[in-house]
Design a protein around this ligand. Sequence first.
Ligand SMILES: Nc1ncnc2c1ncn2[C@@H]1O[C@H](COP(=O)(O)OP(=O)(O)O)[C@@H](O)[C@H]1O
Ligand SMILES: [Mg+2]
Length: 308
Amino acid sequence: MIETKDLAKSYGTFEALRGIDLRVEEGDVYGFIGPNGAGKTTTIRILTTLLEPTSGEAHVCGHSVWENKDKIRSIIGYMPDSFGVYRDMTVTEYLHFFAAAYGIPHGDRKGLVGGLLELTDLSYKEDALIESLSRGMQQRLGLARTLVHDPKVLVLDEPASGLDPRARIEIREILRELRRMGKTILLSSHILSELQEVCTRVGILERGKLVAQGTMEEIIRSAHPNVDVVVRTTDDARAAVVLRELRGVLDCTHDAERNQVVAKVSEDLDLAEIGRHLHGRELGVRQMVKKDPSLEEVFMTLTKGLVQ
Ligand SMILES: Nc1ncnc2c1ncn2[C@@H]1O[C@H](COP(=O)(O)OP(=O)(O)O)[C@@H](O)[C@H]1O
Ligand SMILES: [Mg+2]
């Protein structure tokens, strides 16, 4: 759906993008993650044909950003990181304005706008002036605006930035709904944990380079091939010693303060095997949980502390 090959962009002598191979499949919710200045907006502006690359290729639905700008614009819905809103318009007027701009026939606009307001949960604000909306509502209105021409692909630059937790959850719900509707979505963020919930695949960008790309599971495994297992038993001190005997257990520490043992184990070691081993040594298992690293931890590992 979206593919780039060795994509590069320089501003003067500064290399903002240094050879990016991005791959977004149909139906993906692709999280484009990176700290400020990593090059997310630059990439997005190239994909939406607002900026030409210095070199390399970028295709959206098979169309090249070099040659088919108009075609790409018609299939992409783009929400910039900051967009001007027409403050003295009402919510409905605003969407009608964009529907007209996109050439939606007059007779279809009312139904379209009604549907978009419902989707973004703004129906009850249809006659409100835009300037009276909260930031979260304005962001949802911006999202509604990007959907006016029913684009197949949505490209959203930091849609959750500056929103309070509740407003972020609301955006996330809308994204889920859009995914169900079959849209392919690329969204950028520096709020890593936000994306863990909603994205099918992620790409991690740092200083103009993609340092990892894949499903959440693949990225977590590549960064952390070992897994932490937290075990609570009838005798944790002894369990910590006993677990070290087991093949696949790489390290084991007894955390007396929290009444638990933390075992670092290789990925292929089955929890059931750990249970059997403890049981064989007459240790009762009270609780056993596999702890996947958070995306935040993965990000820190992959970017080796280069994050600003
Ligand atoms: N028009 C421009 N002229 C010069 N440098 C720019 C321009 N736009 C962005 N940059 C630089 O390119 C780098 C990437 O910026 P950007 O793509 O906006 O990153 P992000 O969206 O990840 O924060 C930054 O160092 C930024 O200062
Ligand atoms: Mg940006």
